[in-house]
Design a protein around this ligand. Structure first.
Ligand code: NDP
Length: 325
């Protein structure tokens, strides 16, 4: 189902006391859009840190997170996914009104049960498929952008009109807001991050290694693979004419090679790997448990993984040709 401006009553959110926890990419964009949509009572909850002066400079009333949520009817939780559970537990849970409406912009924390929620609290999702500056710029230019909306928890039987009002106020119903769910949003997002892109990244890494082993030069391989920005062009066209149909812009030799090569790559092993990552790691909640735990204990492997990626032959080749140091 797709919701449009005509499905949403803007006055619902205009008359609520709204708190934004976080004034980063999404928080700053959505808070400004709400204000320009006539929502008068907005408080920003932020630590005394990098983003607090930005919120003050934008003429918002800024308080500590625990103070900011005290009287809120609607709470936007717009801080990074991996810290939400901790900030929720320590600064929001015992300070927020029990019957507030919680708004998330990604499904992660709710889908994987990372937030302890009072029975009378509603939970909705308004998740722009767009970076924060895009959410703001498109709103100002009155241009549409894609967004997912959902009602996750509705103890007061009023959450749908509220989330639609919010979606309209941030500019998300202009082009149609798509009904989804936290589970679906988080599942697809994490799948792309943990299955699809790793497979693509590994393809590029092994393609480089194969061509390098055949004696081809770093410059030639890297320019052909991506320095030309051809993959960006390909994806641009895939988004406008279709994933396979964009091949019509390639030479007949390329079309034949790609279509035959794709057909011959039956994908059985890849599919089995994808199924395992989706079901055993992501939808089971195992990854969320591991990642939240890593942040709570401060022991993620991220730095080590970065270091290993810098040691890859493809990264070393980029260094040799002067792409980075
Ligand atoms: P940002 O990284 O831009 O968030 C920064 C904000 O979070 C700042 O206000 C920062 O405050 C605060 N913050 C960071 N760490 C902490 C902490 N430990 N305790 C308290 N406050 C903290 O986040 P995004 O806007 O990118 O993401 C917010 C939500 O929106 C997420 O759920 C994300 O998945 C979702 N989303 C993001 C999109 C994007 O393109 N960025 C697209 C769609 C959804 P300070 O540093 O001043 O302390």
């Amino acid at each position: 189902k797709v919701y449009h401006d005509s499905d949403a009553d803007l006055s619902i959110i205009q008359n609520k006391r709204v708190t934004f926890v976080g004034f980063g990419n999404q928080g700053s964009a959505q808070a400004q859009n709400l204000r320009d949509s006539g929502v008068k009572n907005i408080i920003i909850g932020n630590r005394d840190d990098e983003y607090k002066p930005k919120a003050e400079a934008a003429k918002f009333n800024v308080k500590s997170i625990s103070e900011a949520v005290k009287d809120a009817e609607v709470i936007f939780l717009l801080i990074p996914d991996e810290v939400q559970h901790e900030v929720w537990k320590e600064q929001i849970k015992d300070n927020a009104p029990q019957d507030a409406v919680l708004v998330v912009a990604s499904g992660y924390a709710y889908a994987f049960d990372l937030l302890e929620l009072p029975a009378s609290m509603s939970v909705v999702m308004a998740a722009p498929r767009m970076i924060g500056p895009g959410v703001r710029d498109r709103f100002v230019a009155k241009e549409p952008y894609p967004c997912f909306v959902s009602v996750e928890k509705d103890p007061n039987s009023n959450a749908l009109p509220i989330v639609l009002s919010i979606a309209r106020a941030i500019g998300a119903t202009l082009g149609g807001a798509v009904e989804s769910s936290c589970r679906e949003e988080a599942g697809i997002d994490l799948f792309a991050e943990q299955a699809l892109w790793p497979a693509i990244n590994a393809c590029f890494r092994e393609a480089f290694n194969t061509l390098k082993a055949a004696g081809f030069s770093d410059e030639a391989i890297l320019h052909d693979m991506y320095l030309s920005k051809e993959p960006a062009e390909v994806f641009e066209r895939a988004a406008t004419v279709g994933f396979f149909r964009q091949l019509k812009f390639h030479s007949p030799t390329s079309q034949f090679g790609q279509l035959r090569g794709t057909k011959n790559n039956d994908g059985t092993a890849l599919r089995a790997k994808f199924e395992k990552v989706l079901h055993e790691d992501i939808l089971s909640g195992e990854f969320a448990k591991f990642w939240s735990g890593a942040f709570t204990s401060g022991s993620s492997d991220l730095e080590q993984l970065w270091k290993e990626s810098e040691d890859e032959p493809i990264s070393q080749a980029e260094k040799r040709i002067g792409l980075h140091d």
